[in-house]
Design a protein around this ligand. Structure first.
Ligand code: PLP
Length: 507
């Protein structure tokens, strides 16, 4: 027997014999192209100037490279300054929106990995949905922590404990500002989105989900937002129900409305699909779920790096994301939850840091967020996450969204024009991801051909098998964008795919 599979009563996949995806709607393409580029020149077009595509403000200023000099260590102090960001922490990010124009070439210089050569070519990193590269500011922040601040946190009278605690709690406050959470105590540090979802399933879920209750997810979900709910359903006798998608990969809200009922306890949906790039209308979904009396979890793993995520505007109950997908280190992520919801949840792990008092007879737990952070946390990488979010703030998430949207529109148009390419995920509202298959090739063959030219994309099922099955597939080639990508990199990608397609036709 293979492994220990969880079998939970679940409704069959919606639309199991779905028709193949319809080709990219030319009317929509024309509309998007006009919106982003104005009238497009016939190929081959003029050299790419991102400012053309981005409708830059009247005065274009080069964005300064974000690479602060390593600050001096803070002056020795006999009094730890818990919970106050001291001079060792980079200044907080700017949320005012007053940003200089975006210069992709200047920004790229902040990322050492983007200067690498692969197989003799400059690396073109189009695997951002898997993980992102780190700006020098984040790398420096980690080095600074270990050189000048390293200590365990919270419970010591010495100065380094104070610095480390300031670094960790300062990062928590940076996260709070980044997602516009009402209170810093609502931000729980975890390893990543996967751990955050498991925490909710194993703490909130065990307390609030019972036999015959229903948990609604969407057909777009990453396995991280399916399997923990299946496990919960198997343990409690609850059912998993699935919001279907249309042929473009957008969620069917009419079907969602039909799924909601008084047994629905939780709706857990992704904001951006990692396999298709669909941007789901999560605010609308949250409002509908709330009217049915259900709690809402938003998986923001693929959205935080591409668009403004505001937990108060979404009005969900939980939101999760991973640091490494937003230019921060691996091993650090965030669970945000509404105060009253978190306060009603039992701890899911026991140990140090999460307790107020322990005897052999009884343990008193800390309040939120510490009650969910048993043991020594990932202190340095939390500081790295703070630095990454500061960096994103300095560039401006709106600048990022504009630049990426122009690239996505261009890439979809160019890839979609290649004979033999079938684009998977053509919803009008999309971010970052350009999944496709190429007739006559296995996806790994396309990935290998791209790698030979220094172009990194993911091939496979992207930990989202149900949505690929929905389109009759086991795998796609998935280029995915971040703000440091260029039109030139997309041209390199398209050239390889076009060559492969032509070779197969002439074979
Ligand atoms: N949710 C989505 C939409 C994802 O794309 C991913 C990772 O690709 C995850 C959750 C899981 O993230 P992690 O592996 O960082 O925990």
């Amino acid at each position: 027997m293979r492994g220990d599979p969880v079998s939970a009563p679940s409704f069959p996949d919606p639309q199991p014999t779905a028709p193949p995806v319809s080709p990219l709607d030319p009317a929509w393409l024309a509309q998007m192209a006009n919106a982003m580029f104005g009238a497009l020149p016939a190929a081959p077009g003029p050299a790419y100037d991102p400012r053309d595509a981005l409708a830059a403000p009247a005065v274009a200023v080069t964005y300064p490279t974000v690479r602060p000099a390593m600050p001096e260590p803070p002056a020795a102090s006999s009094t730890p300054q818990f919970y106050f960001v001291d001079a060792a922490v980079p200044p907080p990010g700017d949320r005012t929106g007053a940003h200089p124009a975006f210069d992709v070439h200047a920004v790229r210089r902040d990322f050492p990995t983007l200067q690498e050569r692969i197989n003799g070519h400059p690396v073109a990193w189009l695997d951002n949905a898997a993980t992102t590269h780190k700006p020098q500011a984040v790398i420096d922040r980690l080095a600074q922590f270990y050189a000048h601040e390293n200590s365990n946190i919270h419970r010591a009278a010495h100065a380094l404990a104070g610095r480390a605690t300031d670094a960790y709690e300062g990062a928590r406050e940076t996260v709070r500002r980044f997602i516009n959470a009402p209170a810093v105590e609502e931000v729980v540090f975890v390893r990543g989105a996967t751990e955050a979802i498991n925490l909710v399933a194993k703490s909130w879920g065990v307390r609030h989900v019972g036999k015959d209750d229903e948990i609604v997810v969407s057909h777009l979900e990453h396995h991280a937002n399916i399997v923990p709910w299946q496990q919960l359903a198997a343990a409690t006798g609850a059912r998993l129900r699935v919001i279907p998608v249309d042929d473009s990969g957008q969620l069917r809200l009419d079907e969602f409305a039909r799924l909601l009922n008084r047994r629905t306890k939780l709706v857990a949906v992704t904001q951006v699909s990692n396999a298709l790039g669909t941007v789901a209308p999560v605010a609308q979904i949250a409002a509908m779920a709330r009217r049915a009396g259900a709690r809402v979890l938003v998986d923001a793993a693929q959205s935080v790096s591409h668009m403004r995520v505001d937990v108060q505007a979404l009005d969900a109950d939980f939101l999760v994301f991973s640091g490494h997908k937003v230019f921060a280190p691996t091993g650090i992520g965030v669970l945000w939850g509404k105060r009253e919801v978190l306060e009603d949840m039992p701890p899911w792990q026991g140990g140090g840091n999460m307790i107020a008092d322990v005897t052999f007879e009884h343990t008193e737990f800390q309040g939120i967020p510490n009650r969910f952070e048993a043991g020594t946390g990932n202190i340095a990488d939390a500081a790295g996450l703070g630095a990454a979010l500061d960096y994103v703030n300095r560039i401006g998430i709106e600048n990022i969204a504009l630049h990426e949207h122009a690239l996505l529109d261009y890439g979809m148009r160019e890839l979609g024009a290649i004979r033999g390419v079938r684009l998977i995920g053509t919803a009008q509202d999309k971010a970052s991801v350009m999944s496709f298959v190429l007739a006559g090739y296995e996806t790994f063959e396309v990935g290998a051909a791209l790698d030979r030219q220094g172009i990194a994309v993911r091939t496979g099922h992207h930990c989202a098998q149900p949505i690929l099955h929905r389109f009759g597939l086991e795998a796609t080639v998935r280029p995915s964008l971040a703000f440091y990508n260029t039109r030139d990199e997309i041209d390199r990608l398209v050239r390889v795919v076009r060559d492969l397609a032509a070779r197969r036709r002439s074979a």
